[in-house]
Design a protein around this ligand. Sequence first.
Ligand code: PLP
Length: 440
Amino acid sequence: MTMPALQGLRGMVQKDGRSWAMVGGIKNPSCAHLAPHPIPPHLPPMSLPNHPVYLDNHATTPVDPRVIQAMRPFWEAQFANPASAEHVMGRAVAEAVEAAREHIAELIGASVAEIILTSGATEANNLAIKGAARFAASQGDPRRRIITVATEHKCVLESVRDLAQEGFEPVILPVGADGLLAPEVLRAACDENTLLVSIMAVNNEIGVIQDLAALGAIVKQAGAAFHTDAAQAAGRIPLDVGEIQADLLSLSGHKVYGPRGIGALYVRRRPRMRLAPLFSGGGQERGLRSGTLPAPLVVGFGEACRIAAIEGLLDSGRIAGQREVFLNRLRTEIPGLIINAEAAPRVSGNLNLTFPGGVSAQAIMEGAPLVCVSTGSACSSAEIEPSYVLQAIGLEPAAARATLRIGMGRFTSPAEAELAAATLAAAWHRAVSATDKASD
Ligand code: PLP
């Protein structure tokens, strides 16, 4: 699509001001009955010339305006340290922190005393894995095997690998072409030496949902502790720590329309899961995570979880509709487009697409600079190496390099979905002709 055509589509969006209901005549039958979300006032309106379309909600989500509103007083008048229990201002902030903790706990079926606040899921994963291993070893537990999966986020894989230097035995299990860990593969790997198993709930590149209830049961049968990285799952699928028999579960604020820089680790109380802390300090968070709590971020995270618990399901339905709009358009324009791990259940906003025609994802992105998508997970997309997640599901490096990750979210409109698909398709056509010409 040429630039004027692209702006023309935006013009259609502009017609109804800041609302995105049924803009541009694009109707979406599967989500038409759902109330549209107003465009958050702090997001750039689509009517701006050269306004990008954001489809990278796995990397981070925009902060919901209701979250910003909830946080504001805690940046301004209510600035006290929540640990300052001697005075009224500290106690007021502590109350807000505890209310937020309750919302976080409710989202995953936990109790407030089981939520340890961290700086994000990276820290929560490190604390869960290293903390569990080190505590057990300090108590003379002879078990050394720590199992995880090849498609985990780097912070899980590296935490498990780091423990090899402390005498633990890392075991990295393969997944199938559908991105799923087969129960029999896990069963075969779990032995009496297994201390901990860490399996992500939803993958950050291919969006597939692991069957945690089935996998958790296997881990429990083996008598090991079970950790899940639920950073990409919270607010997108229902989560219940009891149902999945999790002892530890990691969350991130910025994947649920909350602020960046905050997260949490669920730590089971009954039976009690014991961890060694990563940091020495003032002993906040039940001695597991020293450091002054960032109250505004905690309050924002709590509000984001409260909204997710109420609206997550509605969001998923509407986002699935947006994804259909996007995919239908793209498939019409690009025969041979491949959806990776198509056979597996996946979160509604995710698509991981390999483009045909021998063109690189990089070339497509360069031809569609206003469409914000990625070639892999955010932290590895700057690397030249093709995604290890895609290689783990069997893609050759060349196919991995021709792959884009799409992440739609709460604030993606049908018009944006249509516009992004048309723009990417045009960029793909241009890249294919350029390649054809070069090889003539
Ligand atoms: N785990 C998964 C599955 C993720 O997608 C991410 C973020 O990309 C993380 C962990 C790290 O989360 P945070 O940015 O909160 O440290």
